[in-house]
Design a protein around this ligand. Structure first.
Ligand SMILES: [Zn+2]
Length: 468
């Protein structure tokens, strides 16, 4: 039993209205990334959000330091005492469409929930962390070591902010990022993205005019489109019907003179959860390969790519890179962008890798398979991140989580990255409650005020323990 729990709970609960006020104010700022401007490396919105948050840190009695406006930190005391870092982010993804409760940057409080872009990811937890530090300070809880809040503005895109921060700063002994799901995430898969290129001589008589699909590297493509000529519409319709029954992809075929346009509609999903999506690109490739086509270099390239990335292959089995481990699970593979024209092929995949992944068993294998098919390959790769379950910080988080929520602590793995990925020993602790989907990145994103209060209480208890 944490000696300060009751005092902390009383303190945080009595600040409920202030917490709501601060989250609402912060969420009213569109802090999505824009092109850099002077002094604003991720654009004016991200900087405005960061400055607003820095003001809150100052009001909470923290000493604020800026890292060229990529990130800002707030120290309780002694910036060189690196005991506990809490890393949050103030940038958000774009507002997007489909909102019903409010518009993305007009926060509303409804039935104990704040609806706004960033409410849950990650401005709500960022404010909760602030009130946690404030509680420790104002309650006079005896701490001998510093706690530092670090707020970033490039979490949703490239993590350039934390890389910049680490140019001049060491990580603390303990680091949490309250930016995933409770209880604790200690394993984040490797991130491996590859681009595939092939050029060939154009065949003026080719049946395939183009095939293209996908909008983002990290999203299973929900849409793809192709135009062909000299193909029987009846035969195409019949093949599309069979493919549709097998895959669930909807194919819409229209004809103008001798050109058939085929639109494929599947289901988008984050590539880390590619099994939740339904890939329109790989399904459309397979459909076209089933047509009776005059063979040429372009069609050959299409068939080769389709064989390496067949519809329904979510783990890179056809490429020969399928791997699975106990902690992170399996390597996922998703072909997310495709563009084949008369004389070139371009494709991009996003893979989240098992802890067993090495250069030899994955990157080299793919490079060889593609080279056999005359394809060129470029890639970027971030190592997986894994912290052992018996690490003392994790055990402390479990204890606090169990005490405050009554639920059992456990570790989980994920295919996306939090800031913890860019530290040696960091973990994600919270802040989305188990069993609650707060629509991060989607329409009607929200955060539960009760959950924020729990988060603030738990972080304050953690500070009281770790920094004592
Ligand atoms: Zn986030």
């Amino acid at each position: 039993m944490n000696a300060y729990r009751e005092d902390i709970e009383k303190y945080i609960k009595s600040r409920r209205g202030l917490i709501v006020r601060d989250v609402v104010n912060l969420c009213g700022i569109d802090s999505s990334k824009l092109p850099a401007e002077e002094g604003a490396p991720f654009g004016p919105g991200a900087l405005k959000g960061l400055e607003e948050y820095a003001d809150l840190m100052r009001e909470s009695g923290l000493t604020v330091k800026t890292y060229d406006n990529y990130m800002m930190s707030g120290d309780l005391f002694g910036e060189n005492d690196k005991k506990l870092d809490i890393i949050v982010h103030i940038d958000v993804v774009k507002g997007g469409s489909g909102w019903t409760v409010t518009s993305p940057f007009s926060p509303v409080l409804k039935d104990g929930m704040i609806y706004a872009r960033g409410a849950s990811d990650n401005k709500g937890p960022a404010v909760a962390a602030l009130y946690a530090v404030k509680a420790v300070k104002e309650l006079g809880i005896p701490v001998k070591h510093n706690v530092r809040i670090i707020a970033g503005t490039d979490e949703e895109t490239d993590f350039i902010d934390i890389k910049h921060y680490h140019n001049t700063e060491e990580e603390a002994e303990f680091t949490i990022a309250p930016d995933l799901k409770y209880p604790v995430t200690n394993v984040e898969k490797g991130q491996f993205r590859g681009e595939i290129f092939k050029d060939f001589d154009a065949d003026p008589e080719s049946a395939l005019l183009y095939i293209k699909g996908g909008i983002a590297t990290n999203m299973v493509p929900a849409g793809a489109e192709s135009a062909l000529r000299g193909i029987s519409a009846d035969a195409a319709e019949a093949a599309a019907k069979r493919a549709s029954e097998r895959t669930g992809i909807v194919f819409d075929i229209s004809q103008v003179q001798d050109v058939l346009t085929i639109k494929a509609v599947g289901t988008g999903a984050h590539c880390a959860r590619c099994r939740d999506g339904n890939n329109a690109v790989t399904a459309l490739m397979e459909l076209i390969c089933s047509f009776d086509l005059k063979e040429n270099e372009q069609i050959k390239a299409l068939r080769q790519l389709s064989a390496l990335f067949p519809y329904g292959d979510h783990d890179g089995d056809a490429l020969g890179i399928a791997l699975r481990d106990e902690k992170a699970g399996d390597t996922t593979m998703s072909l997310d962008i495709l563009d084949i024209g008369p004389s070139s092929l371009y494709a991009k995949f996003d893979s989240r890798t098992s802890l067993l992944m090495t250069k030899e068993n994955t990157i080299d294998v793919i490079r060889d398979r593609l080279a056999e098919n005359g394809m060129r390959f470029e890639y970027e790769f971030d190592e997986p991140h894994a912290v052992p379950e018996d690490y003392p910080l994790i055990q402390k988080c479990f204890g606090i989580y169990e005490e405050v929520t009554g639920k059992k602590g456990y570790c989980q793995s994920i295919g996306i990255s939090s800031y913890a990925h860019f530290t040696e020993r960091g973990i994600a602790f919270g802040a989305e409650p188990e069993g609650m989907d707060t629509n991060m990145h989607g329409p009607d994103e929200y955060v539960s005020v009760d959950a924020l209060i729990d988060t603030a209480v738990m972080i304050a208890m953690l500070i009281a323990d770790v920094c004592a």
